[in-house]
Design a protein around this ligand. Structure first.
Ligand SMILES: Nc1ncnc2c1ncn2[C@@H]1O[C@H](COP(=O)(O)OP(=O)(O)OP(=O)(O)O)[C@@H](O)[C@H]1O
Ligand SMILES: [Mg+2]
Length: 308
């Protein structure tokens, strides 16, 4: 199986619920609860696949029933799982609560530790791009360990992106430490991806333009800052572009940030200007998560014009 884009990161079981009141003081019955393979590397790979590129994942899951269930789903979806190690760990589960006001909250387990040995460099170099899906979820890769992998991938000519995501552990350490953990790999990162909460955690500002300036001072050249329903901002060489989200209701927003990352990266691989790659990213979100068929069809048409 050939691959175009490899994602290193989280694979878990997602349990997705919608329309949850923000104050939970009674039992709730829902018409539907989605149970599927999830985690940042999986949603990212679905985004890649939906744009007709071939995704592969490097990760670790348990040899348990949940792990087998996830593998089967990924294989059926055409995502390459050769880089997913089966280990004597418990496969993690993430419960997504989409609140009735549209906000999302997660109750989840930390993913199993990934060590450098779990990451096969030969596998990575089969691809054209490498994505770190959730750097702050993997303290075992912080600093030198990921740096070595990125250095190798860069030497082999891959485009490299990194989404920080956040974790309770990352929130517990000092801002200065978090900045140095990010800075230590930034010189190999072509695209830094994060949302405004992660931006605030790293920079101490809740103002998107200040977040971008401070990240640039840390050494980021190209940044995609995701702002939920407000859309996104792209920073390139001191210039900031504001990109509105497409006007289309979504089924749910679990994984929307990772699908956005996938669209952005494919746009860049197709040599689009970053601000146009962000439009491809928006379209990828609607294609995968749009509630209405007409919006999904429009997103597909848009995509075909831009990259296919
Ligand atoms: N409520 C929403 N309505 C419309 N579009 C949305 C909504 N939430 C997200 N999006 C779209 O998805 C993109 C990325 O989502 P978001 O900003 O939530 O990223 P994220 O915080 O990284 O997500 P994740 O929870 O997957 O990590 C946005 O830029 C926007 O285009
Ligand atoms: Mg995210």
């Amino acid at each position: 199986m050939k691959i175009d884009v490899v994602a290193i990161g989280e694979v878990c079981l997602d349990v997705i619920t919608s329309n949850i009141p923000s104050i939970l003081n009674r039992n709730i019955t829902l018409n539907d609860i989605t149970v599927t393979a999830g985690g940042m590397a999986v949603w990212f790979s679905r985004g890649i696949k939906s744009l007709n590129f071939r995704p592969g994942i490097i990760s670790k899951i348990g040899k348990d029933h949940v792990g087998m269930f996830i593998l089967k789903i990924l294989q059926e979806e055409g995502i390459d799982t050769r880089g997913i190690k089966l280990s004597n760990v418990k496969t993690s589960v993430c419960i997504g609560l989409i609140l009735s006001d549209g906000l999302k909250r997660f109750i989840g387990m930390l993913p199993p530790r990934l060590e450098s040995d779990d990451i096969d460099l030969n596998y990575i170099t089969q691809a054209k791009a490498l994505h770190m899906a959730g750097y702050f979820l993997y303290p075992s890769l912080w600093g030198d360990n990921l740096r070595k992998i990125f250095k190798y991938a860069k030497k082999e000519g891959l485009l490299i992106s990194l989404d920080t995501q956040s974790s309770s552990y990352a929130r517990s350490i000092s801002r200065q430490k978090l900045q140095s953990i990010l800075k230590s790999v930034l010189d190999f990162v072509d695209v830094l991806l994060l949302d405004e909460n992660e931006g605030e955690l790293i920079t101490g500002s809740d103002e998107p333009t200040t977040i971008l300036e401070r990240l640039s001072n840390l050494g980021a050249n190209l940044i995609g800052l995701k702002l939920g329903r407000k859309g996104s901002m792209v920073f390139l060489n001191g210039k900031i572009y504001e990109i509105q989200a497409f006007d289309a209701p979504l089924k749910d927003t679990v994984g929307s940030g990772d699908i956005w990352d996938a669209g952005f990266l494919i746009g860049l691989l197709k040599r689009l200007e970053p601000k146009d790659a962000a439009l491809v990213a928006n379209a990828a979100v609607v294609l995968n998560k749009g509630l209405r068929e007409k919006d999904r069809l429009n997103a597909m048409k848009f995509m075909q014009e831009k990259i296919m």
